[in-house]
Design a protein around this ligand. Structure first.
Ligand code: SF4
Length: 180
């Protein structure tokens, strides 16, 4: 945060910096994730909000509606039945949004790689920003994934993105195409 000058005085605190940096600072410290899981990795997701890992101290809290969430966490095995539901939730999230693929099942199908009913990776449905290995990844690992999203936001040229000068990430499942 060296590019933001913070002055504390008797009247209060003043912060001075580039507008991109100030906006990103606010965004990265109010990262709300969608409370949503598809299998056993979701238990670790719930624990991440608990007192031991305490994601709240970084401004990360869960929201039960996609309309207020910034991050989708693909927590668990993704069946074909759930694929369209996941995509609908993703589409209901406001831009700019981020996705963490949590665990082997969400990354590649994992234990169920040969199953006819399981999607072979969440990146076939939504654009994924961070992949977490493990079965399941521990809450500390998920917290690190969320912190990687914070680092990504920190480097984003926010104004250029808002003005459309930077194209959005490639969508693996654009409107009109078939479910994987
Ligand atoms: S990676 Fe392991 S813990 Fe996570 S959903 Fe798959 S089987 Fe369950």
């Amino acid at each position: 945060m060296s590019d933001v000058l913070v002055e504390r005085g008797p009247e209060g605190t003043v912060a001075v910096g580039a507008i991109d940096r100030m906006l990103n600072l606010c965004r990265e410290h109010s990262l709300w994730y969608l409370l949503f899981g598809t299998a056993c990795c979701a238990i670790e997701l719930m624990q991440t909000g608990g007192p031991r890992t305490d994601a709240d101290r970084f401004g990360m809290v869960f929201r039960s509606t996609p309309r207020q969430a910034d991050v989708m966490i693909l927590a668990g095995t993704i069946s074909y039945k759930m694929a369209s539901r996941i995509r609908r939730l993703y589409d209901q999230m406001a831009d700019y949004k981020y996705v963490i693929s949590m665990g082997s099942c969400a990354n590649t199908g994992g234990l169920f790689k040969d199953s006819y009913a399981v999607v072979q990776g969440g990146d076939l449905i939504v654009p994924v920003d961070v992949y977490l290995p493990g079965c399941p990844p521990r809450p500390e690992s998920l917290l690190e994934g969320l912190m990687l999203i914070q680092q990504k936001i920190e480097r984003e040229p926010w104004l250029s993105r808002v003005r459309g000068k930077i194209p959005p990430p490639k969508d693996p499942w654009p409107e009109g195409s078939r479910c994987p």
